[in-house]
Design a protein around this ligand. Structure first.
Ligand code: ADP
Ligand code: MG
Length: 705
């Protein structure tokens, strides 16, 4: 346990086999070889791996590790691991040796048959391989299970098909690296040798009391409330956002930070979010694959630490209907090994030709693959959020802000950009307070893909989803746009003129994707339709983008995903959709039948008895009570009818043939039947005696922490 008060710098990264640990522990030659591997992506030879494994094990054992695991991200959205202890067969003297070989470090062979493969396994073997990603450092996780050495790995089938999030992400980073350097060379850059996407992920989540959580079977089984009337007080007072953090939550956050810092995750900001009981955590950005791993570690840590504080962390995108949902913001920029951020416009963007070309390539990429980008943020929970007046709309658009918009307008209108709107000063009006420089690239919180100063912020991702896929898509579509630009520029006689023409061409051709207004407004949805931008309202409609011909061409061209891998991913997503809605339906049926209907019947019995007693005792007027009884009975009848309907469609669902057809059925029949049932029950909750209602209310869940 850490002291009550400690110096962050002392504990930061203490559980990570990071560069400092490697440098200290590994023989110089081995260290240099590993660095070389990390930099150039060569395979490690077994001899080198043996030495690294040995030192890593010694280091881990000092931290109390008894087991090691290949930690990977199958297509379930969460991480998977299989633990092996370091113990080898007992020796003659009855003692055991602790060993860990290079082979065990770089390669694992978990049984792949229990992970989704979308038909890939039928054609191949059930065996799967995990392979160490040496660019993401190994770490020791300390928890109730003891200490475990976790090795971030990619997960593939026997024949090399990706079965995970990490493999395509790494492939996309390589593709983007190559195309970026190719473009930079054409622009006269001779110094940069590699380019890597930097990613910073803001994570939203809810924290509720664990005892309340356990009384809600819907939360336990599905992660969201399937019923629940709005509390008298919600977020309308705006008093939660950035509000003072309560003691119990503060203790939890402190513990989360400590854990994450030890794991080398630079948890930086924390604050209350818009809804009651909602919070956000953001680490400092890191190289894309590391940031994606860190986000998984953050989600795991939030859940585990909450448990220790008798709290429950809800990562679902929409745990409470009518209350603000949770997402993640994927902040993305592109940085060279010599420190140039290609998304930094500088003070005078109109003169920054390289930036303008990169920007216009990104506009082209997002416009041409808006449907794919939308798909990368699709998950079952996010369907409750996107387009629901609080998260970004389900239409992809890019926000540029006044300054950049103005530069592009100049280019489009006159062919030349001659000036940039400067920074303004915001006067505080108090002499002792400094005036602020108003950022020339302002903010817009309603845009799904917003330029925010020196990065883009993709705000559509769901809070529970992996950010692996969104980053794979962003990297690859931008690699393609760079590659297309290079194809043109490489043929040009006058490179300056060609760059200028290309910027103008892309800016004009892809203007329609830019929108700087209020993304929540109805007018925008209509305007987007006029512009021909795709408006994809739910996951089932988003999935086909994975297998469009242009998507297959894109991913195959850059060796990120094959046609077969894409088809399997689409299949998996349909399956996940149907399965999740099926679990929700079954949970709902259970709750309605065994908890809610019996409670309502008890309440009507009490009402009826009281009517009888009043009549017998005083022969008084009981019309009010009778009215109430009738009202509740009516809703009860409606509930029963809606429940029968849900039971009927649920039992039909599993019989529907074909993954897509089944998903469509679950969306149109089962999910709709749940909405109807819920409407009756939420009205009942407002009428029935709270003492008799069989589960904590929204008010209890949201305010009792
Ligand atoms: P904002 O308030 O605009 O959302 P923050 O400063 O809170 O920005 O940062 C949000 C996230 O973006 C953090 O994870 C941060 O580390 C990350 N971030 C900041 N700059 C960059 C950058 N150049 N590239 C990628 N991510 C970045
Ligand atoms: Mg943000």
């Amino acid at each position: 346990m850490t002291d009550k008060y400690y110096n962050v710098a002392d504990i930061f990264g203490e559980n990570v086999f990071n560069d400092a640990a490697m440098k200290e522990r590994l023989p110089g030659k081995i260290y240099r070889k590993l660095k070389e591997t990390i930099k150039n992506g060569h395979e490690l030879d077994l001899e080198t791996a043996d030495v690294i494994a040995h030192e890593m094990k010694e280091w881990a054992i000092e931290k109390g590790a008894t087991h090691f695991t290949h930690w990977f991200q199958p297509l379930t959205g969460v991480t998977a691991e299989k633990h092996d202890s370091f113990i080898t067969a007992p020796m003659e003297n009855g003692k055991v040796l602790m060993s860990f070989s290079g082979k065990e470090l770089i390669k694992g062979e978990p049984d792949a048959s229990s992970f989704p493969s979308g038909g890939l396994r039928a054609t191949f073997e059930a065996r799967g391989y995990t392979a160490w990603d040496p660019t993401s450092p190994a770490f020791v996780r300390q928890d109730a299970a003891g200490a475990t050495l976790c090795i971030p790995t990619a997960f593939c089938s026997f024949t090399g098909e990706a079965l995970d999030q990490k493999t395509p992400l790494l492939r996309s980073m390589e593709a983007l690296d190559r195309q970026t350097i190719r473009l930079l060379r054409l622009l006269g850059n001779t110094t940069s040798t590699s380019a890597t996407p930097s990613v910073g992920i803001e994570q939203e989540y809810f924290i509720i009391d664990r005892q309340n959580f356990l009384k809600r079977k819907d939360l336990v089984y599905t992660g969201r409330t399937l019923v629940g009337a709005m509390p008298p007080k919600g977020q309308e007072m705006d008093d939660h956002y950035f509000g003072a953090i309560r003691e119990r939550i503060a203790a939890f956050m402190r513990d989360v930070n400590t854990q994450l810092w030890k794991l080398g995750v630079a948890a930086k900001t924390q604050h209350n979010e818009v809804a009651p009981a909602q919070h956000e955590l953001a680490p400092i950005y890191a190289q894309a694959n590391v940031a994606v791993d860190h986000n998984q570690m953050i989600m795991e840590t939030l859940k585990k630490v909450a448990y220790r504080h008798d709290l429950q962390c809800l990562l679902h995108e929409k745990p409470f209907a009518g209350v603000n949902g949770s997402g993640k913001h994927d902040n993305w920029s592109l940085v060279t090994d010599d420190g140039i951020n290609l998304l930094d416009p500088g003070k005078t963007p109109h003169e920054n030709i390289q930036f303008l070309l990169v920007l216009c390539c990104i506009l082209k990429a997002v416009d041409e693959h808006a449907d794919l980008l939308r798909e990368s943020a699709a998950d079952v929970g996010n369907d409750h959020r996107l387009g629901a007046d609080e998260a970004p709309p389900a239409v992809i658009s890019v926000y540029l802000g006044t300054q950049l918009q103005d530069v592009l307008n100049q280019l489009i209108d006159t062919g030349a950009a001659t000036h940039s709107i400067g920074e303004e000063t915001l006067k505080t009006g108090v002499r002792s307070l400094p005036d602020f420089l108003k950022d020339a690239t302002d903010r817009n919180r309603t845009s799904p893909f917003a330029f925010t100063g020196n990065k883009f912020e993709f705000r559509m991702v769901g809070s529970e989803d992996s950010v692996g896929e969104p980053n794979t898509v962003i990297n690859t579509i931008i690699a393609e746009a760079f590659s297309d630009a290079c194809d043109v520029l490489e043929k040009a006689d006058d490179i300056d003129l060609a760059v200028h023409d290309l910027i103008k061409e892309y800016a004009s051709a892809h203007q329609r994707i830019v929108f700087n207004g209020n993304g929540y407004s109805k007018e925008w949805i209509e305007e987007a339709a006029r512009r021909g931008l795709p408006h994809i309202k739910n996951m089932v409609d988003a999935i086909p983008a994975l297998t469009h011909e242009k998507t297959v061409r894109l991913f195959e061209k850059f060796g990120v995903l094959t046609r077969l891998e894409l088809a399997s991913r689409a299949e998996i997503e349909y399956e996940i959709y149907a399965k999740k809605i099926n679990i929700e339906a079954k949970t709902f049926i259970d709750i309605a039948r065994k908890q809610i209907i019996p409670a309502v019947i008890r309440y009507t019995t009490v009402l009826a008895e009281s009517i009888n007693q009043i009549r017998m005792a005083a022969d008084a007027d009981v019309s009010t009570q009778t009215q109430m009884l009738l009202e509740v009975s009516d809703l009860l009848a409606g509930t029963r009818l809606a429940l029968s309907k849900l039971e009927q469609v649920e039992s039909e669902g599993l019989k529907v043939e074909g993954a897509r057809e089944r998903a469509v059925y679950y969306r149109d029949e089962v999910a709709t039947a749940m909405v109807t049932l819920r409407a009756h029950i939420d009205k009942l909750e407002m009428l029935v005696d709270k003492e008799m209602w069989p589960m904590p209310s929204y008010g209890d869940l949201l305010f009792e922490v």
